[in-house]
Design a protein around this ligand. Structure first.
Ligand SMILES: Nc1ncnc2c1ncn2[C@@H]1O[C@H](COP(=O)(O)OP(=O)(O)O)[C@@H](O)[C@H]1O
Ligand SMILES: [Mg+2]
Length: 368
């Protein structure tokens, strides 16, 4: 019998999306086929410390319950440059992490989806699921992502950037809004997720509050033309020859798909899979999704989020998520399920795509 692959599942993390990570990770661990995979649970606490969790204990609770982060579990350190000892526990009495064949970084947002953990894993020489450093970082920065998408000929909503060091007054920014596109606008931190720090300003008087909310989270803030939109999402899966899933729709019951609508209100949004679209419209979204994946240099997986203007049907790419929500009821896995790929097979496929990418890269020379 073949040796089981040891799959490190990294969860928790320092981002605002810590909680959703505990849920996503639990669903992934539950789905890993124990005949072929041995999950190794690595939890990152909100202070950024890594802990080796006892899988048997962490999974005692009912299947599907979020993983419990245990701050008393042995600390883990990453040890660069060695394949079998890429991660070590730091207390002498603690069990060893052992060699990891591949890591699934189930972290959303900053210090997870943004290239930082990918860089750490590259240094430690461990294969991992999903996009590399460049793609993860480019996908996370809404301004950089939009510039890359635009230069690939893909449609994005009009925007401009305000930086904290410019110390611009809200009145000055309001004048720029009026000369460029008018009200309403959406104001958002460049690097965030889950709608944290995102607000809608309907008039100049609302801009000061919106700017302050966004600058809490980043030194770079996007001001975007506000459209009345339908929100459509498409999954992409693969490395060099990625495929697109069926298209789904998010129907928020709030004024927009805010943090409250996403996480606090159980009825904050409905998922419609597939979205009610003409075959031509969904084909176009699927095509653009694959093009966006290539434009941002992504691998493994991504969820590409679109806006469709309700007045004229125009399509825009809003953003690309390189580690989308991954609970069994999240949009990305649901889109693949509706495309004929059940959750466990999707997880399996992602692990293999991660191994495949690492194998290709290991074949490259780093010396002259
Ligand atoms: N330009 C826009 N026009 C209309 N609605 C928008 C616009 N920008 C953002 N929104 C609304 O705000 C939500 C969150 O914005 P988004 O850019 O997707 O941030 P996040 O990365 O936090 O999900 C969107 O899902 C949508 O409901
Ligand atoms: Mg979004």
């Amino acid at each position: 019998m073949e040796r089981k692959l040891r799959v490190g599942v990294i969860f928790g993390g320092r981002s605002g999306e810590h909680e959703i990570s505990l849920r996503s990770a639990r669903s992934i661990v539950d789905a890993l086929d124990r005949d072929r995979y041995e999950p190794v649970l690595l939890g990152i606490d909100p202070d950024g410390r890594w802990h080796l969790h006892d899988a048997a204990r962490a999974l005692l609770e009912t299947p599907g319950a979020p993983l419990q982060l245990d701050r008393t579990a042995p600390s883990v350190a990453v040890s660069p440059g060695g394949s079998s000892t890429s991660m070590v526990t730091t207390q002498p009495s603690a069990p060893a992490v052992g060699s990891l064949d591949v890591v699934f970084p189930v972290l959303h947002g900053t210090y997870g989806e943004d290239g930082t953990i990918q860089g750490l894993l590259e240094m430690a020489d461990v294969p991992y699921v999903g996009s590399g450093v460049l793609g993860s970082a480019a996908g996370m920065d809404k301004d950089v992502a939009k510039r890359l998408l635009r230069s690939a000929g893909l449609p994005v909503v009009d925007w401009f950037v305000v930086r904290s060091h410019q110390n611009r007054s809200p009145d000055d920014v309001a004048r720029e809004v009026e000369s460029r596109f008018g009200w309403p606008v959406f104001v958002k931190p460049a690097n965030m997720g889950s709608s944290v720090g995102v607000s809608k300003a309907r008039k100049a008087e609302e801009l000061a509050g919106a700017l302050a909310a966004a600058f809490r989270y980043d030194t770079k803030v996007l001001i975007e033309r506000g459209h009345a939109v339908r929100e459509l999402e498409c999954g992409v899966l693969g490395n060099d020859d990625p495929r697109a899933s069926v298209v789904g729709e998010i129907v928020p019951t709030h004024e927009f798909y805010s943090y409250e609508a996403k996480y606090l209100d159980e009825n904050g949004a409905h998922l419609r899979i597939p979205a009610a679209l003409t075959p031509g419209q969904s084909e176009e979204i699927r095509r653009m999704s694959v093009e966006a994946f290539a434009a941002l240099e992504l691998s493994g997986l991504a969820r590409v989020d679109f806006f469709m203007d309700k007045t004229d049907g125009a399509l825009f790419i809003n953003e690309v998520n390189t580690l989308p929500g991954f609970t069994s009821i999240s949009m990305y896995p649901k889109l693949w399920e509706a495309s004929g790929l059940p959750y466990a097979e999707l997880v399996d496929r992602l692990v293999h795509l991660g191994l495949e990418r690492a194998a290709t890269r290991r074949g490259l020379s780093t010396k002259v």
